[in-house]
Write a protein that binds this ligand. Structure first.
Ligand code: SAM
Length: 214
């Protein structure tokens, strides 16, 4: 997500400490205590400006949601957007790199992961940066509870094909695959992201749901 660097991004995070997690490592193993009620923890990695996670938290008060974003300026944009809407006590945000998430969550602490329109990193030499590369899949495996699920959506055919191969080689089970989500029966329940709204006019949206077989 390209956004101009916002020099106030860290100030914006601190000013919104009621829903921004400023010291993620200190909550390791205790995330349920951060929320008003102890509920399943759903996490979106690379949440961008946050529409998807906000709408999920609104629609599903039975879960707690954490949106994670690597770039402070993008997180600041999400905070500003969320501040214009109703406050939700089942939604928190944090600035962190997904690759380091084992510093932040205890093993098995997450019930459900979302990866939406992750950066495709088309060059082969950047393949390790894709959020469905083996290193990331290994992190997710440890973070997820037994029977936890990963949902992945993209408009990028190359990334989807790479991911299909990567997840099966790394012993994930494909519980669901769609090559055209918006024209499938699941479209009705689909919550769109900012990218999805913008890019689905150009072609199909691909989706997979994964569980761990190891
Ligand atoms: N999910 C949003 C959507 O669908 O509208 C944003 C998609 S954008 C293409 C990808 C986002 O993932 C960017 O905001 C980027 O900063 C974030 N991201 C990329 N690598 C990440 C990582 N390792 N950890 C956390 N966020 C990451």
């Amino acid at each position: 997500m390209r956004l101009r660097n916002n020099p106030k991004a860290y100030d914006i995070m601190e000013e919104n400490a009621d829903f921004v997690i400023l010291d993620p490592e200190s909550h390791k193993g205790k995330y349920h205590q951060l929320f008003k009620e102890n509920k399943p923890v759903f996490v979106e990695i690379g949440m961008g400006k946050g529409d998807f996670i906000y709408q999920n938290a609104l629609k599903h008060p039975e879960n707690n949601y954490i949106g994670i974003e690597k770039f402070p300026s993008v997180l600041a944009a999400a905070i500003n957007k969320i501040n214009k809407q109703e406050k939700l006590d089942n939604l928190k945000l944090m600035h962190y790199d997904a690759l380091e998430l084992l510093n932040v969550f205890e093993k098995g602490e997450i019930d459900h992961l979302f990866l939406n329109f992750s950066d495709p990193w088309p060059k082969k030499r950047h393949a390790k940066r894709r959020l469905t590369s083996p290193d990331f899949l290994n992190v997710y495996r440890q973070l997820l509870k037994k029977d936890g699920l990963i949902e992945f959506k993209t408009d990028n055919r190359g990334l989807f094909e790479y991911s299909l191969q990567s997840v099966t080689e790394n012993h994930y089970h494909l519980d669901y695959v769609s090559l055209d989500l918006h024209n499938s029966p699941e479209a009705e329940d689909n919550i769109m992201t900012e990218y999805e709204r913008k890019f689905s006019v150009n072609g199909p949206i691909y989706k997979m749901i994964l569980s761990d077989t190891m």
